[in-house]
Design a protein around this ligand. Structure first.
Ligand code: BES
Ligand code: ZN
Ligand code: ZN
Length: 501
C-alpha cells in the first residue's frame, strides 16, 4: 500500500467501486474548503452527520457515512484530530492509522484523504501529509505469512491511500526518510514476531547479513572467535543451545572518515527458557521476543542505511538461545567476561545482562564510540515499575538521558529515567567472584540489572533502555497493531538525526 500525494489543484476524483474519501476535523467540527465543497455536493450530508452524530472530533474518533450517487465516492470517513492547540505531528500519524483501520473494516479499496488545510502549529510544509501517509502505512502492517486459510472478512481491503494536499511537492520530498523508517520498523516487527524455530541466533545473524545489500558492513563472530576474545559471559548463556551463539557487528559509515561512531547494542536472546533456572510454562512463548533489543538495532541500522544518514554508526547484536540441557550452564557457575571481570551466575534466567556484558565491553574497546545505547528486554521488574507506557532509562550521562527523554515525547517512544548508585551497585557483589548476576534479594530488580551493565561500559557515555514492557503490545495503538512494536527504532533514528546536524 504505497501512499500517493496529489496536489489539490489537480485533484479530479473519478468514481470507482470501493473509492472512499477521508476528512479530518478538529473538535471545532469545521470543514475544510474541499470538504465543504463535498458537503454541498452531497446536499449537506456531512454537516448533518456532524450535527447529529455522537462523533465530536476528538483525537482518534472516527465515524462514517455512505455517500449519495451525486459524488464519486461510495463512503465518507471522518476522523477527529482533537483540540487544535494540542495537535502535533503525531496527531496526523494517528489520524492516518485510524483511517486505515476503519477503511479495512468497511471494505474500502481506495481512500482519498482531503488535507487541503492542516490545523496545528510547528509543522513543516508537507509534514502533515507525509505523517498522515506514514501513520497509514504503519497501521497497515500485517504479519500473516503463516495463515494458510484466511476468512474473506479478515483480509484487508484497502490497497491505496492518496493524500490530497496543496503541499504535495514538499510531502513527496519529505517522504523517502519516512519510507526508510518504515522499512526499519517493519524489519524489526518481522524478526521479533517470527517464532524461535525460525529466528534463532544463526538465522537472525543471516538476516543482519542481508543489510550488506544496503551498504552496511556486517561482521559475524561465531563461538570460536568469541572464545578467543574471552567472551565467557555471553558464551555461557548459549552453551546449552543447539544453535551457535553469534555476535553481529553492523557498521554504517555515512559520516566523516575516522570520526567516532554512535553505538547501539541489542540483547538478542532468541528464546529465553530461563535455562536451568527454568521459567514457568504459562506465557513462556512470549520469550520468543526476548531478542527485541537486537531486532531494534537491526531495524535502526536498516533505516540509517536506507536514508543514507550522514553519520558513523555501529550496531552490535549479541545473539544466543537460553536453553536447559546437559550442556547448559548451572546456577553457581563462575564465568570470566571479556573485560576480565568474573561473574557468579546465581540465576541462569538473568542471562540478558551476561550477553550484554561482553557485547558492551567489545563495542567500547573496539570502537571507542561517542556514546553507547543498549536496548534489552531485560527485566520483568520494569513492567511492574512502568507498565507498558514508558521504557526504563538508566544512564551515566545526564545530557544524553535528557535528550532521549525529550525525543521520546516527539516520537511517541517514551522513556522514564530510574536511578543508579553505589548502594544498588553493592547488591551485586559476590562472595566468590567479582560480581553475581542477580541482586541479594528481589528489590529494585531493574536497577540492579542496570548496575551490572554499568560495570562493563567504563567512562563511555551510556544509556540502557529496558524495553521489556514496550517491545511487545497486547493491544492495538493508533499506529502500532498489537504485537511487536519495534520500540526504539523511531526514537534512536531521531537521536541519530540530531547528531547529523
Ligand atoms: N527476558 C527476561 C525479562 C522479561 C520478562 C522480558 C518478561 C519480557 C517480559 C529476563 O531474561 C529475565 O528472565 N529476567 C529475570 C531476572 C531475574 C531472574 C533476576 C526476571 O525479570 O524475572
Ligand atoms: Zn531470562
Ligand atoms: Zn531474557
Amino acid at each position: 500500500m504505497k501512499p500517493e500525494f496529489l496536489s489539490t489543484a489537480a485533484y479530479k476524483p473519478k468514481a470507482s467501486k470501493g473509492l472512499a474519501v477521508g476528512i479530518l476535523v478538529t473538535d471545532a467540527l469545521k470543514l475544510s474548503s474541499l470538504a465543504g465543497k463535498l458537503d454541498k455536493e452531497t446536499g449537506g450530508l456531512i454537516s448533518r452527520a456532524l450535527s447529529e452524530a455522537k462523533f465530536k472530533g476528538k483525537a482518534g474518533q472516527v465515524t462514517h457515512l455512505f455517500a449519495p450517487a451525486t459524488v464519486p465516492y461510495g463512503q465518507i470517513v471522518i476522523v477527529g484530530l482533537g483540540e487544535e492547540k494540542k495537535i502535533t505531528p503525531l496527531s496526523y500519524e494517528a489520524a492516518g492509522g485510524a483511517l486505515v483501520a476503519k477503511a479495512n473494516g468497511l471494505g474500502i479499496k481506495k481512500l482519498d484523504v482531503l488535507l487541503d488545510t492542516a490545523p496545528g502549529k510547528k509543522l513543516a510544509k508537507g509534514e502533515a501529509a507525509a505523517r498522515l501517509a506514514f501513520g497509514a502505512e504503519l497501521k497497515a502492517y500485517r504479519f500473516d505469512k503463516y495463515f494458510t486459510k484466511q476468512k474473506e472478512e479478515d483480509k484487508p481491503t484497502l490497497a491505496s491511500v492518496s493524500v490530497v494536499t496543496p503541499e504535495a511537492a514538499e510531502a513527496k520530498k519529505l517522504y523517502p526518510a519516512f519510507e526508510a523508517l518504515r522499512e526499519g520498523v517493519f524489519l524489526t516487527r518481522n524478526v521479533v514476531t517470527e517464532p524461535a524455530n525460525v529466528i534463532h541466533p544463526e538465522s537472525l545473524a543471516a538476516e543482519c547479513k542481508k543489510l550488506e545489500a544496503d551498504g552496511v558492513k556486517v561482521t559475524i563472530l561465531g563461538e570460536a572467535q568469541m572464545k578467543k576474545l574471552g567472551m565467557g559471559a555471553l558464551l555461557g548463556v548459549g552453551q546449552g543451545s543447539a544453535f551457535e551463539s553469534q555476535l553481529v557487528i553492523m557498521e554504517w559509515n555515512g559520516g566523516k572518515k575516522g570520526e567516532a561512531p554512535l553505538a547501539f547494542v541489542g540483547k538478542g536472546v532468541c528464546f529465553d527458557t530461563g535455562g536451568i533456572s527454568i521459567k514457568p510454562a504459562g506465557g513462556m512463548e512470549e520469550m520468543k521476543w526476548d531478542m527485541g533489543g537486537a531486532g531494534t538495532v537491526l531495524g535502526l541500522m536498516k533505516t540509517l542505511a536506507g536514508r543514507k544518514a550522514k553519520i558513523n554508526a555501529v550496531g552490535v547484536a549479541g545473539l544466543v538461545e537460553n536453553m536447559p540441557g546437559h550442556e547448559a550452564q548451572r546456577p553457581g557457575d563462575v564465568v570470566t567476561s571479556m573485560s576480565g571481570q568474573t561473574i557468579e551466575v546465581l540465576n541462569t534466567d538473568a542471562e540478558g545482562r551476561l550477553v550484554l556484558a561482553d557485547a558492551l565491553w567489545y563495542t567500547k574497546e573496539k570502537y571507542k564510540p561517542k556514546f553507547m545505547i543498549d536496548l534489552a528486554t531485560l527485566t520483568g521488574a520494569i513492567i511492574i515499575s512502568l507498565g507498558k507506557e514508558y521504557a526504563g532509562l538508566f544512564s551515566n550521562d545526564d545530557k544524553l538521558a535528557e535528550k532521549l527523554m525529550k525525543l521520546g515525547e516527539v516520537t511517541g517512544e517514551k522513556t522514564w529515567r530510574l536511578p543508579l548508585g553505589d548502594a544498588y551497585d553493592k547488591q551485586i557483589n559476590s562472595q566468590i567472584a567479582d560480581m553475581q548476576n542477580i541482586g541479594k534479594d528481589r528489590e529494585a530488580g531493574s536497577i540492579t540489572a542496570a548496575q551490572f551493565l554499568q560495570r562493563f561500559v567504563g567512562d563511555v557515555p551510556w544509556v540502557h533502555l529496558d524495553i521489556a514492557g514496550t517491545a511487545w503490545s497486547k493491544a492495538d495503538t493508533p499506529t502500532v497493531p498489537k504485537g511487536a512494536t519495534a520500540f526504539g527504532v523511531r526514537l534512536l533514528n531521531e537521536l541519530v538525526s540530531e547528531y547529523e546536524k
